[in-house]
Design a protein around this ligand. Structure first.
Ligand SMILES: [Zn+2]
Length: 81
């Protein structure tokens, strides 16, 4: 598991296209495929860079299993249902 703090790291992960983002939010945590259309560079920029990660963090994981969730994250309804 890796904390994604920089835009170039985020872009690199999107380009290589494998694994999952765990997005920690103010009151809920979600897991997405890295290719999910709801995972946008603008959102990452705003949440992590502009707001300095105050209410949100992005983690990248290679593999994910709902029985082993670390943050009680819920699968995205768009990319994982
Ligand atoms: Zn998604």
């Amino acid at each position: 598991m890796r904390l994604v703090k920089h835009l170039n790291d985020f872009q690199h992960i999107k380009r290589q296209g494998t694994g999952y983002f765990i997005v920690l939010g103010h009151n809920h945590n979600k897991i997405h495929s890295v290719q999910c259309a709801w995972i946008k560079e603008e959102s990452f920029m705003q949440k992590v860079i502009t707001n300095n990660g105050k209410n949100s963090s992005y983690y990248w994981v290679q593999f994910w299993n709902s029985t082993q969730s670390t943050f009680n994250e819920k699968p995205c309804q768009k990319c994982m249902s």
